[in-house]
Design a protein around this ligand. Structure first.
Ligand code: HDE
Length: 711
């Protein structure tokens, strides 16, 4: 693995401690090299390769059941697996911290985690896909989980969010139906980690409240370039309680420092096969290189008095609060700075519960949230057992004292003869609100007990239209391709034909285009008029960082024997100092000879050969000069494919001297402009931005400004 600088590594080892990291040290065991092997009961083992058996030395006889060493080894192995999460089974986690800028949120909440800027609250975050099982690929089209555990001094606060601000259903009671419909079909367990099948589209076609969320998932948001380049949303409406006892409704937003970037579909599809672990490796690589992922936390707040002011219900999780109506207020930042030490004990055993809030933060009557509050707590019991909150990754950093006892796999030992309240010793006494005891907001509730939703929950298309209208043309075209791809995978005409009706309630042109693509029935008039409104922050292009950056971007340097190593070293140094991560890709994983006359000993060592890694795994390519090397590249089909594929994915491609000629040769597309950087380097640098400007593609994962770093 390449690293930016040694000092970044040093920083990593010295600055990533926190109250939670220190707490975990109690349970971390670091085996010493050459340390002796023991059984679980501590006895030293002399032979771990041969089961105790009856043998005369020539032939093997029966194996003996009395061999506790063999039985322990096999028995532990037999029971290694725990049930995977019923959704969000595939995930990756990391540690970090959260810090507010100042006390600006104190007008809304008393929670110190959101108001006390002298604090750095440890966090553990887990990102996930929803549909696939634990071993599925990272880059499938899906929603991504964005779950955060804040280890506050007042107890754990779990904000269990997604990278998309709305959800498929309004009422938690529909969740089992939704999950059954999207997961592999029951008769054949196909497909894995994909929504492109009959049952999903059948369900969402009959459940129009999904229309808005379907638009988001079929947009480029469904195929993020990196966990580090996604927005995060609390999705549900929570509440904040201030010191005057006033309550505000709140939505939580996390905005990534690096901007919001996605793959193009062809890249995402290929990476599923080329590197199914792409996202989890990307997360660890960035943290280990000191490029700590960072998000700004912003809140949208509404006083109780404004609850009914809008044409949508603010408690409906299929709706956003458009920023034009309720602006974002930035209050703090979240940084991930430490990978996990052991995947199972941390990322797999971490257990989030929406019902875990701390004083100053509360729930709303959002019917999805209410159901979630039951479900998360419940599911941890089947996954981890009743004492799951005692597991190292889940236990709070503040004191825990109560009269809950026993149950399977109890870890804590409480030294007290008291396990009830009230008691003669005043142990485990309820804490007054003034001293930090949690109190529910005294909410007046009136109504008729019935199975129904609020009136405004009945409208499903306004915001689906708003989202679609707000996309840039290339984003709309990606969305159309995505829906067409998915409906093409549905074999039942009832399914793909009926979804055209839903699309026609969003946009007439959209419905017609998809109908033609997938053999749906062409609508002759719009299902309902498109109101034509837009919201500026719904296109992900809105989140491009103000200063373009190539921090943590993967850049492939394509070389063959005879390349200009002096020039390559200079460019690589410039890229590396801008914190990009460079890999040399050559005809073999070995030394590659530089141009004649350049003194580089045996040559420059290539990290991979052309077949070992593909262009899809990189954000940009640089081709140095060197006549002999360029001739060799041009003769190598795989090298040519590398460049053509990257060009097709609209990635920046830099080339110098003969490298430019090579590019001209291989990228012979009519109408493509090859152009030099505006800030005046004499060497020509070519990029595929010419295609981007035709509006057919998004800039995808492209490093925004590799051109700036000319040789
Ligand atoms: Fe979840 N969800 N969910 N969900 N969810 C789970 O909890 C559930 C919903 C989300 O990294 C489960 O521990 C219901 C919305 C994430 O460990 C389960 C409903 C959002 C994760 C569950 C929803 C999410 C989960 C499975 C509808 C975005 C992974 C394992 C009312 C705000 C957390 C587990 C991790 C996981 C139930 C809807 C996000 C079964 C009933 C909306 C990020 O309890």
């Amino acid at each position: 693995m390449s690293s930016f600088t040694q000092s970044a590594k040093e920083m990593f080892t010295t600055t990533t401690s926190s109250k939670k990291v220190d707490d975990l040290q109690r349970d971390i065991q670091e085996p010493v090299a050459g340390g002796g092997l023991t059984t679980d009961h501590g006895v030293k083992v002399s032979d771990t390769d041969n089961w105790l058996k009856v043998t005369d030395g020539h032939k093997s006889g029966p194996s003996l059941l009395e061999d506790q060493i063999a039985r322990e080894k096999i028995h532990r192995f037999d029971h290694e697996r725990i049930p995977e999460r019923v959704v969000h089974a595939r995930g990756a986690g990391a540690h970090g911290y959260f810090k507010v800028y100042d006390d600006r949120a104190s007008k809304y909440t008393t929670a110190p985690v959101l108001t006390d800027s002298s604090r750095s609250t440890p966090v553990f975050m887990r990102f996930s896909t929803v549909q696939g099982s634990k071993g599925s690929a990272d880059t499938v089209r899906d929603v991504r989980g964005f779950a955060i555990k804040f280890y506050t001094d007042e107890g754990n606060w779990d904000l269990v969010g997604n990278d998309i601000p709305v959800f498929f259903i309004q009422d938690a009671i529909k969740f089992p139906d939704f999950v059954h419909a999207v997961k592999p079909e029951p008769h054949n367990e196909v497909p894995q980690g994909q929504s492109a099948h009959n049952n999903f589209w059948d369900f969402v076609g009959l459940q129009p409240e999904s229309a808005h969320m379907v638009m988001w998932v079929m947009s480029d948001r469904g195929i993020p370039r990196s966990f580090r380049m996604m927005q995060g949303f609390g999705v549900n409406t929570y509440t904040l309680l201030n010191s005057k006892g006033e309550r505000h409704f709140v939505k939580f937003h996390f905005i990534p420092e690096l901007g919001v970037h996605s793959f193009v579909w062809d890249e995402a599809l290929k990476i599923c096969g080329q590197d199914p672990d792409f996202h989890r490796k990307d997360l660890n690589e960035a943290i280990e290189n000191g490029a700590y992922p960072k998000w700004t936390l912003a809140i949208q707040t509404l006083p109780e008095s404004r609850e009914h002011e809008f044409d949508f219900d603010i408690l409906d999780a299929t709706k956003i609060w458009p920023e034009e109506l309720v602006p974002l207020q930035e209050i703090g930042e979240l940084v991930l700075n430490r990978p996990v030490d052991e995947f199972f004990s941390e990322t797999e055993q971490v257990a989030f519960c929406t019902s875990h809030v701390v004083p100053g933060i509360g729930f709303s009557d959002d019917p999805l949230l209410q159901g979630r509050n039951f479900s998360y707590f419940d599911t941890q019991i089947s996954r981890l057992g009743i004492n799951w909150e005692e597991l190292p990754i889940n236990r709070p950093v503040c004191p825990v004292l109560n009269h809950n006892r026993d149950g399977k796999s109890r870890h804590r030992i409480v030294k007290s003869e008291i396990n009830y309240w009230p008691n003669r010793k005043d142990t485990g006494r309820p804490v007054a609100p003034a001293d930090g005891g949690f109190v529910e907001y005294a909410q007046r509730v009136e109504g008729i007990k019935q199975r129904a939703r609020g009136e405004k929950f009945q409208e499903h298309f306004n915001q689906a239209q708003l989202f679609y209208n707000s996309l840039r043309p290339h984003e709309q075209s990606h969305l159309i391709s995505a829906i067409s791809f998915e409906l093409s995978h549905c074999e039942d005409p009832v399914v793909y034909k009926s979804y055209i009706n839903v699309l026609n309630d969003i946009d007439f042109e959209l419905a017609k285009t998809v109908a033609v693509n997938v053999n749906g029935d062409l609508p002759d008039k719009p299902g309902r008029p498109n109101h034509g409104q837009k919201s500026k922050s719904l296109s992900q292009t809105y989140y491009m960082p103000k200063e373009p950056t190539i921090v943590s971007r993967r850049i492939a340097i394509l070389v063959a024997d005879g390349f200009n190593a002096v020039e390559m070293q200079a460019v690589r140094a410039a890229l590396t100092s801008a914190k990009a991560v460079c890999y040399i890709i050559g005809p073999r994983r070995n030394h590659i000879r530089p141009a004649a006359g350049q003194d580089f000993g045996q040559g420059v060592f290539a990290d991979h050969h052309f077949e070992g890694q593909r262009s899809t795994l990189f954000d940009a390519i640089y081709i140095p000069s060197g006549e002999e090397h360029v001739k060799a590249l041009a003769k190598n089909g795989r090298a040519v494919h590398w460049v053509r594929e990257a060009f097709g994915h609209c990635k920046p491609i830099g080339a110098v001297g003969d490298g430019v000629n090579f590019l001209r040769e291989v990228v012979r597309l009519p109408g493509v402009k090859l152009f030099a950087p505006s800030h005046g380097s004499n060497d020509e640098v070519v990029s595929s931005y010419g295609v981007v400007t035709t509006g057919q593609y998004s800039i995808s994962s492209a490093a925004t400004d590799v051109l700036k770093i000319g040789p």
